[in-house]
Design a protein around this ligand. Structure first.
Ligand code: PBG
Length: 369
């Protein structure tokens, strides 16, 4: 188009421009401008149909994994006061819980034991008749189509509450722990676990587990590494839930900072996660979620593996209690948080709200804002 033609076109548009109240502003802009008034972002936000068309991320039941607590030797499921809506299931009520989750459309659960048989090493979790093996078997029998992920760690089974046996100085013995965790993983796989998720943050645990599974006939079982797990205060309600508070004994360290990550560190988290990838992890997890979205987004740039994120007990509790106090709508706040994980790069989300969320989504109205 010649300069003259452009000039004529501009003049004719200016003459026919509707009165918007911004007339002078509109007329000062050049036609080739890529900003207002030629560009109006609100065009793609005008109706819910168009918003549905341009939406970049969604949360579906396919994305969710529900953590469940199972306590041995109790007669009735117990509600958890710090996690409204969550229970310690009995070994029997676990059957109902997994069937209910499967019916909601969620396809995976992760099991945590509440042990009455604790010792220094957490040996009950390495016993083929122990709680870990029994609950996996029970869940698989009750809902065979549901994927059962075994969290492999020792803190629920040790009398001192740490994630492995202790050295003389009171710190967790890394290399003994990874030998034990490899054994625990085989026990879990033999009981029917579909995936192994080591959460202890011990060095070398992924390769120890991968190697041991491979030589015991479980080369088909994937490992989801708690790859960047921070020493977070947001695990507080979980430690009540599984009764693994640490620091009760004077000679035992009262925190997990010698193995879980410093919340201040980004590069270290990426290094640790990428080491897990090299050790053979199939999926990398970031934990907690909402306060660590930067780690998730950066890891998404550096790894091609599927990424998981854990919306931990404290995050769930914050939303629940804020909703109970009338400060937030639970459904909307939950969905917005989960969407943030998808946006930051998560493929899958562990959340205590999983069955609720599947129902919100399946009712076709994930948001009522
Ligand atoms: C055990 C484990 C913990 C969580 C998952 N696995 C507790 C911890 O590391 O202290 C926390 C989960 C949550 O807070 O929801 N290693």
């Amino acid at each position: 188009m010649s300069d003259n033609n452009i000039k004529n076109l501009k003049t004719s548009i200016e003459e026919t421009m509707p009165e918007t109240g911004h007339g002078s502003l509109l007329k000062t802009r050049s036609l080739s401008s890529d900003a207002f008034p030629h560009v109006r972002m609100r065009r793609l936000r005008r109706t819910s149909a168009i918003r549905d068309l341009v939406r970049e991320n969604t949360v579906t039941a396919n994305d969710l994994i529900v953590p469940l607590f199972v306590e041995e030797n109790i007669d009735e499921r117990l509600p958890l006061s710090t996690m409204p809506g969550v229970f310690r299931e009995t070994e029997k009520s676990l059957e109902v819980a997994v069937k209910d989750i499967a019916a909601s459309g969620v396809k995976s659960v992760m099991l945590f034991g509440v042990s009455h048989n604790k010792d220094h090493n957490g040996s009950d979790s390495m016993d083929p008749n122990g709680l870990l093996a029994r609950m996996i078997d029970r869940a698989k029998q009750a809902a065979p189509e549901l994927m059962v992920i075994a969290d492999v760690c020792f803190c629920e089974y040790t009398d001192h509450g740490h994630c492995g046996p202790l050295c003389a100085d009171g710190d967790v013995d890394n290399d003994r722990t990874i030998e034990n965790i490899a054994m625990q993983s085989v026990i879990a796989a033999e009981a029917g676990a579909d995936m192994i998720a080591p959460s202890g943050m011990m060095d070398g645990q992924v390769s120890a587990i991968r190697h041991t599974l491979d030589v015991t006939g479980f080369s088909h079982i994937p490992v989801m590494a708690y790859a960047a797990k921070f020493a977070s205060v947001f695990y507080g309600p979980f430690r009540d839930a599984v009764d693994c508070k640490i620091g009760k004994n004077a000679n035992v360290r009262s925190d997990r900072k010698s193995y879980q990550m410093d919340p201040a560190n980004v590069r270290e988290a990426l290094r640790d996660a990428l080491l897990d990838e090299r050790e053979g992890a199939d999926i990398l997890m970031v934990k907690p979620g909402i306060a660590y979205l930067d780690i998730l987004a950066k890891l998404r740039q550096q790894s091609e593996l599927p990424l998981a994120v854990y919306q931990v007990s404290g995050e769930y509790a914050m939303l629940r209690f804020a909703a109970q106090a009338g400060a937030l709508n639970y459904q909307d706040a939950m969905m917005e948080s989960l969407l943030a994980f998808k946006r930051a790069g998560a493929d899958m989300i562990l959340t205590y709200a999983g069955a609720d969320v599947a129902r919100f989504v399946n009712e076709g109205k994930p948001f009522n804002i």
